[in-house]
Write a protein that binds this ligand. Sequence first.
Ligand code: GCW
Length: 717
Amino acid sequence: MTSLRFVFLFFLTSISASAQKDYKLWLQYNTVANASISKEYKDNLKGIVVLGNSETIKIAVKELKTGFLQMLGNVPEIKLELKGENNLIIGAQSNLNSEIRKELQSNFDKINEEGFIIKSISIQNKKQIIITGKKDAAVLYGVFNFLRIFQTNKSVKNVNIADSPKTNIRILNHWDNLDRTVERGYAGFSLWNWQKLPDFIDQRYIDYARANASIGINGTVLTNVNANALILTPQYLEKVEALANVFRPYGIKVYLTARFSAPIEIGKLKTADPKDLEVINWWKNKAAEIYKRIPDFGGFLVKANSEGQPGPQNYGRDHVDGANMLADAVAPFGGVIMWRAFVYSEHDANDRAKQAYAEFQPYDGKFKENVIVQVKNGAIDFQPREPFHPLFGAMPKTPLMMEFQITQEYLGFSTHLVFLPKLFQEVLESDTYQKGKGSTVAKVIDGTLYQNKLTGIAGVSNIGNDLNWTGHPFAQANWYGFGRLAWNPYLDAETIADEWLRCTFSNDEHFIKPVKKMMIDSREAVVNYMTPFGLHHIMDTGHHYGPGPWVSDLSRPEWNPTYYHKADKNGIGFDRSKSGTNAVSQYAPEMAKVFNNLETCPEKDLLWFHHVSWDYKLKNGQTLWNGLALKYQEGVNQVAEMQNVWNNAEKYVDIERFNEVKMLLEIQQKEAKWWRDACLLYFQQFSGKELPSGVEKPTQTLEYFKSLKFPFAPGNG
Ligand code: GCW
């Protein structure tokens, strides 16, 4: 009996230990193994002086205590006033004594409202380290950054950091429905338990806010852009208010999606025409009602007249009319409208890639001050690779915010290890040339190119109620990396991977080096085994799981993969050059020229811009057909290499997370082969050519791949 109980207890503790690791994300706070570093921290930090007593400061102190205890094994004495030396002082600018304030003046001049300072200073000949900022939320950012120094085992001795976020709105977009399903979500159900709210505050909400604050995310859109008007009823607003109360001390504002037809659906009006006085007033009152509950409510995110969502065009009005009407409703309270540019017409089958630009660019300068247009990174839809969206840089008088997709709708769901900061960085670094050389997308987004005041980056969340939040342990890195890039769009993906690995797993160089390389290479691997050379949108229909290049029978032409790859006997690819749809002309002349010419078009984007013959000679001398087949094979090989790297990492990782990743990589390997075989067998019908040597022969027929059906694939409503 006793031994049985012992076994049972042991089992329970081991489950919770492993679960905790998965759950703790990048905030593991592992013991600092290096004795001299640990000693340095202890010597320099004998006390913590806390200035201020807001909820936010309390959270910051709690975080420091947890961090010190877990990483160093003790918590320095907490003091309410400055005494002695070698203290860590935390507090906002207004709570500092005049001497410290003066000492830090030049640092304060360098930071914005949300920026922080971490600095080793000498006050009356006594050494101290201070973490400060202009407001408490900034201090909290500083604390998390300070703890990251411990986590990554760097020295604090002469620390001197002044860092500010480069964008104002750093926000997650949850495509969460009120029934808790998550559109394109692969990590379980929605975190928001609407039924138990507002009275039951799940610990998850707090932990979610903490994780976001640790990477500088300051906003969250709780609901799906395919919106349900019910969220705007008092019954739900009470619940939203409860969440806003949890998130506020972490510096996180709540936003909602606004269904354009809400005045009809929940307001009993006959119309939702944005020029109708009753409609205008309905939204004004609705905004006032929301702000009464949530004084710091962020505003609305709107998907209008896109994929069947209602919008101003239903009433003969345009996007400007719709956005500005809502902007007026939230303006008195300081709210913003994030209006999405993800539109494509049902009536123009010519080239979907051109439509958002065609529709939105002429609106430049017409939106109200508190409107920001939210543009996906590429012109189609979150593919493994797309050239940057032509709207970036092309609307100098309109603030544009970036929309990245963190959830892996088109990149293998939460089963494939793909490190997305590499993709994000590629887009942010792209030069639009809209104001001459150096007009990068990052400069459009952070407002420096056109001096926009309102700036932002949104990420479609990959978070659900799975124990490990994101489905794949490495998908946590995409949430982390998104936050870091939203804070600083100039960060390098390698730096992000390095930080994340150290904070999440281990500081051992033998682990870091190969695993970091694996992460960095993983993005190109997925491009290779899914859509090399600029191919896009060839996944299976609806759920978007697995390959479906053969699909050609959907009602709207631009929903069919065949519309995008246009494979025929002569070749493959979408001709967007001047002799084709001329989508290239939407880019600045310098880029248009590069993309237009087959010789100068980057090979990674070749089939995005050109229909290319199967015998076309690639830069490496291979024919396109052989090169394409070899790329698919390369993708499969890269996944095999990832498996190799991971197997060698076993001794640095806890067994549970090790096994999870190992199993997931096995799935990824299987699915990479599936993509390779299905696509090559299908395209081979057109090329009529043999697979080159080095490419494994498919073990199934094309008919077999076409017959696969996935009626319950996740994320598909
Ligand atoms: O990527 C597509 C998705 C839809 C999504 C839409 C959008 C929320 O397949 O599920 O709808 O884009 O971004 O609006």
